[in-house]
Design a protein around this ligand. Structure first.
Ligand SMILES: [Zn+2]
Ligand SMILES: [Zn+2]
Length: 333
């Protein structure tokens, strides 16, 4: 998973002149309800395919290699984690994270109006969204991918094809945590199998059906229901591919999990963090360059014109001013 949390797209709302040209060719977009609303994203298919492959391999191939007593414990623990992740993933994708007023007052079947820069400086002004045409809550942001204001906006997730906001953040966090735990479980099972294969391969042949199979290089997949005999290179290749897939997914999901634990501890959203990082990156070279000539307390031109940030004097947090949202946004994970 590429956590492109810095992939802030600030160019989704076109200037009026450009928008008029595009309007003739493209239909005006509708607001998306949730992760199942069109257009679906290719990353969504990748995440579901990975879940399916990992589940089939773990439950159908690898757990049956474990010793009898461990096998049932693994079915219960891994089954519980996998089912919990499935439910959390489905709930996060299905919840409409839109702001309360958007859900209550906005008609999702109506196309979203084109943002007119000549009329308004910002998409959201004084907590009123000119695109959703409703008053929104303080922490709401207008997502350009979902075409609506999302309450307690955290980020737009391509893997879920949905925004993560205050309405589905807990489910999102549980989904990431359970996926990371499931992957860790699969990796532990695979490590046991690899070690036993070189130390004592007979310990992997605990199923009663192995009594009828004499060649030691023949293994059974999909036990106990649909035993499929295969040779060692086949099962070894599957194990290596699944192990690599599990490591790659675990590194990315583990990173995402620790990032969100850090954000929760700091009481920040992904959006807050990204804005803070972006501001720090942008302001550093300007401040260094301007330092000898800049009067004490002066604000760099770029900062005052474009970002409209205010720095709280009592803390190290940078807080956006109320009417700062001059463009629709969609930071992604
Ligand atoms: Zn809006
Ligand atoms: Zn979104």
């Amino acid at each position: 998973m590429r956590m492109n949390i810095c992939g802030l797209n600030r160019s989704r709302v076109l200037p009026e002149a450009q928008a008029n040209n595009v309007k003739k060719i493209l239909p005006r977009p509708l607001s998306r309800v949730n992760g199942w609303s069109p257009p679906l994203h290719s990353f969504q298919a990748i995440s579901w395919a990975t879940y399916l492959v990992m589940s089939i391999a773990t439950f159908g191939i690898f757990i049956p290699f474990l010793p009898t007593s461990w096998k049932y414990a693994a079915y219960v623990v891994m089954g519980g984690l996998s089912l919990f992740h499935l439910v959390m993933h489905l709930v996060t994708t299905t919840i409409d994270p839109a702001d309360n007023n958007v859900r209550l007052k906005k008609d999702y079947s109506e196309p979203v109006p084109t943002f007119d820069r000549s009329k308004y400086a910002h998409v959201i002004q004084n907590q009123y969204c000119h695109l959703c045409e409703v008053t929104v809550s303080k922490k709401a942001k207008h997502c350009s991918s979902c075409n609506k204001c999302v309450s307690g906006f955290d980020h737009h997730c391509k893997w879920l094809n949905n925004c993560v906001g205050s309405r589905n953040y807990r489910f999102f966090f549980c989904s990431v945590a359970s996926a990371a735990a499931s992957l860790l479980g699969t990796m532990v099972i695979l490590l046991y199998i690899f070690i036993q294969y070189f130390v004592n391969p007979d310990k992997l042949r605990t199923d009663p059906l192995y009594k009828e199979i004499s060649p030691k290089n023949t293994w059974l997949l999909f036990l106990p229901l649909w035993p499929v005999p295969v040779k060692t290179p086949v099962v070894f290749s599957i194990a290596v591919v699944v192990f690599l897939l599990a490591i790659a997914s675990f590194v990315l999901l583990g990173h995402l999990l620790f990032f969100h634990i850090y954000l929760i501890a700091k009481n920040l959203s992904t959006f807050d963090y990204m804005m803070k990082t972006r501001f720090q990156k942008k302001s550093l070279p300007v401040e260094k360059k301007d330092l000898p000539v800049r009067k004490r307390g002066a604000i760099p031109q770029e900062r005052s014109n474009n970002l409209e940030w205010s720095q709280s004097s009592s803390s190290d947090k940078y807080e956006p001013l109320s009417g700062w949202q001059h463009q629709a946004i969609s930071p992604r994970s």
